[in-house]
Write a protein that binds this ligand. Structure first.
Ligand code: HEC
Length: 104
């Protein structure tokens, strides 16, 4: 019984550690290539995150909508240039969307 318990405990500890190490929106923004096309308060290829927040502030479910667009890409909301799909998981996309929307 003891032999089974130790690996189980180790697994639990690893899980806790992993969630503690989950990246913040700002870290993901810097490591997932968003900075190539987006800045917080000036337009680059894509809209600034302040513009995005101003446009959608207060809309119900907007974090989920933007998360889906961050993951799959999007077009037609800000001009002629589309955003290509980005290499993020669903959870990362949600973290990013919530972080983008903090820029008032
Ligand atoms: C190759 C350039 C490029 C990269 C890389 C990129 N974006 Fe975009 N992004 C754009 C463009 C262009 C738009 C405007 C698309 C449109 O008009 O709907 C956009 C739009 C957005 C929007 C607003 C979507 C909407 O429907 O209004 C958000 C939020 C966003 N990007 C977040 C991100 C995040 C987070 C990342 C990194 C994971 C990222 N983008 C990476 C170019 C890029």
């Amino acid at each position: 019984m003891k032999k089974m318990l130790i690996p189980l405990l180790a697994c639990g500890a690893a899980l806790v550690l992993q969630s503690a190490l989950a990246e913040t929106g700002e870290e993901l923004y810097k490591t997932k290539g968003c900075t190539v096309c987006h800045a917080i308060d000036s337009k680059l290829v894509g809209p600034s995150f302040k513009e995005v927040t101003a446009k959608y502030a207060g809309q119900a479910g907007i974090a989920d909508t933007l998360a889906a667009k961050i993951k799959a890409g999007g077009s037609g909301n800000w001009g002629q240039i589309p955003m290509p799909p980005n290499p993020v998981s669903e959870a990362e996309a949600k973290t990013l969307a919530e972080w983008v929307l903090t820029h008032k």
